[in-house]
Unconditional design. Structure first.
Length: 136
């Protein structure tokens, strides 16, 4: 992986996992992780009328996307749309389990079990290194 931090969009269920997103981005920024995350996700809830255009544009400008997979992510319509946007723009992505979710949790459409890891920085660093190689 290059020394430049990959521009990363963090997809998450806004209604149920906003706190996990804040913790995840904060830990990545402030801990001694073997990588950096330049968080390009939305910092606030957006009006529905502008959400899709703004988020699609942000995702298109990123190098990777990390999907935070909480207990309700499988039914989170926004997460499904963000994964579809990443696919459309050729942005590689993977998931990280949060909020007590695990291998028996329902994944969002477009995210396969082999592409989700636990919230352990070594595992996340390995996943980032892998998806950066798949870049657009």
């Amino acid at each position: 992986m290059s020394t430049k931090a990959p521009r990363t969009f963090i997809s998450f269920d806004y209604d149920n996992n906003h706190g996990h997103k804040v913790l995840f981005a904060g830990q990545a920024k402030n801990s001694k992780t073997p990588f950096e995350i330049a968080d390009w996700s939305s910092k606030s809830e957006l009006p529905q009328a502008t959400w899709e255009a703004q988020i699609s544009n942000k995702i298109s400008q990123c190098d990777i996307m990390i999907v935070l997979v909480g207990k309700s992510a499988g039914s989170a319509i926004g997460v499904h749309k963000e994964i579809a946007m990443a696919q459309k723009h050729g942005i590689p992505y993977f998931g990280v389990y949060v909020d007590g979710a695990g291998t028996s949790s329902t994944l969002p459409k477009g995210l396969v079990p082999g592409r989700v890891t636990t919230w352990e920085w070594g595992n996340i660093a390995s996943a980032i290194a892998q998806v950066v190689k798949e870049g657009k």
